[in-house]
Design a protein around this ligand. Structure first.
Ligand SMILES: [Zn+2]
Length: 134
């Protein structure tokens, strides 16, 4: 019984349960499949990275207020963030990794950096990765 390679279509000799004619075809097939799956993640990671760079550049001291239009001009995307932090007063901060923002009055935005009280576990993780940044 013969079957054909899932990558190149050549007929396969030998065991009938073999899916590929060679290791090279198996690698090519699996790599392509992986690339397709990873593309969606990569696209979102790219936008997250861009968002983080933008708010990091606007917030060098730890807390800043900027106009929403400034972020929009820099092509910041309000759709992409990593997690939320909600204060006791009910303000929601949108975080992109360790940098966050909240919408406030008059089309303004407050930018903040992650603080220990927001989530001990995440804070510890950041400190482990960046022992110099406390
Ligand atoms: Zn093949």
């Amino acid at each position: 019984m013969t079957s054909s390679c899932a990558e190149c279509g050549q007929s396969i000799v030998g065991r009938s349960d073999k899916k590929f004619c060679s290791d090279q075809c198996r690698h090519q097939f699996n790599n392509r499949k992986k690339r397709i799956h990873e593309a969606a993640i990569l696209n979102i990671n790219q936008q997250l990275r861009k968002n983080r760079t933008i708010i990091k550049s606007l917030n060098p001291v730890g807390k800043t207020i900027v106009r929403r239009s400034i972020l929009e001009k820099m092509d910041f995307s309000f759709d992409f963030f990593t997690h939320l932090y909600r204060t006791e007063r009910g303000t929601t901060y949108y975080f992109i990794y360790e940098y966050g923002y909240a919408l406030i009055e008059d089309e303004k935005i407050v930018l903040v950096k992650y603080q220990p009280y927001m989530n001990r576990k995440v804070y510890d993780l950041f400190n482990q990765r960046n022992p110099d940044h406390t």
